[in-house]
Design a binder for this molecule. Structure first.
Ligand code: SF4
Length: 341
């Protein structure tokens, strides 16, 4: 499947079951039963951007802003990390000061002291700063394009401009990063045509993975009174994405559990996801890292391993960064897609 139809994205009942089963089957054929298990630490909630859908936007004065101590985080990750994680994602709002003061020192320690694959999710940074991150030892850059429709991108004040975001993704892939992107489903007023456009943008990008995040109305945001995205449409988008690109790593994002308490995450694993993320942010920092709501659903090691086992899957022992390295992929589409994308 190259581009899903809107009928597929709204499928229910038996048609939906067939779509999800086909996506799960495509995942197993490409990746077997292995699911990558990544830890995430949220190291700073300062952000210079003002996305209407995010609680960390700069206009949110209700949030206590903080930066983590890199030494403390390093101790946690070097000496006390859960045994099942193979990769760590270092995440922050877009704020270069935090990158210099927290992220770079942390990466340097982790690169020396652990075999962890290192990914970063830090927004659009200057080419020089992203080069420093890579030089320090990170190899995967997670940067969503957020909204595939440029007019809606501007309306919802997504980071920078749509064109700049796309150029940043292309630059990162062109300078050797393995780049994973993503988009949001169910933003207020999103039309079917806009939903489909996300697939066109995703497949035009030099990326190795893509996430689908359900819109969750965030506290203290202009969209706080908006309606939460449909879990079914979100899962259908994940399945369609998997069928469009069986080679991509697709995460089961933790927001699936906000959109569908107790079942969203596991349904994500049944819909072609092959990456899960465990939150390792120390609890004193976690309270103010509010993308959606203060009442967050935290994915612990126990919850994640239980979900993987309950779906008959297995935690991968190879890191995602080693996997990308072994496949020699940095966004170039495999030969099987030649002339099709
Ligand atoms: S989505 Fe990212 S860039 Fe936008 S306000 Fe939130 S943290 Fe900042």
């Amino acid at each position: 499947m190259l581009r899903p139809t809107i009928v597929q994205l709204h499928a229910r009942d038996a048609v939906q079951g067939d779509l999800h089963a086909a996506a799960a089957d495509a995942t197993r054929r490409r990746f077997g039963k292995k699911v990558y298990v990544r830890g995430v630490v949220e190291v700073s909630n300062f952000c210079r951007e003002n996305c209407a859908y995010c609680g960390m936007r700069r206009d949110n004065r209700a949030l206590a802003r903080h930066r983590a101590d890199p030494e403390k985080l390093a101790d946690l990750l070097v000496n006390h990390r859960p045994a099942s994680i193979t990769d760590i994602n270092i995440q922050a709002g877009e704020y270069p000061v935090a990158v210099r003061e927290v992220v770079l020192p942390l990466i340097k320690i982790l690169r020396c002291e652990t075999p962890l694959g290192i990914s970063v999710s830090l927004g659009s940074l200057s080419p020089a700063l992203s080069a420093e991150l890579k030089e320090a030892g990170a190899s995967i850059y997670i940067i969503k394009f957020e909204i595939g429709d440029p007019a809606k991108y501007e309306e919802f004040e997504a980071p920078g401009t749509f064109d700049k975001r796309i150029k940043t993704i292309q630059h990162l892939a062109g300078t050797g990063w393995s780049v994973s992107s993503g988009f949001i489903v169910g933003l207020p007023g999103q039309t079917d045509a806009e939903l489909l456009l996300n697939f066109d943008v995703a497949r035009s990008l030099p990326i190795v993975g893509c996430s689908v995040s359900p819109f969750i109305p965030g506290d203290e945001t202009p969209l706080a009174k908006g309606q939460m995205a449909s879990l079914d449409v979100t899962l259908n988008c994940m399945a369609a994405l998997r069928l469009m690109r069986p080679d991509w790593v697709i995460p089961a994002v933790s927001a699936l559990n906000l959109a569908g308490p107790d079942c969203g995450y596991r349904r994500g694993l049944r819909t072609g996801a092959n990456l899960v993320t465990m939150n390792l942010t120390p609890s004193d920092l976690r309270a103010d890292y509010v993308i959606y709501k203060r009442d967050r659903f935290i994915m612990t090691e126990e919850r994640i391993l239980s979900a993987i086992a309950a779906e008959g899957l297995e935690a991968a022992t190879q890191s995602l960064s080693d996997y990308y390295h072994s496949q020699n992929v940095n966004g170039a589409a495999p030969a099987e897609y030649a002339g099709k994308l």
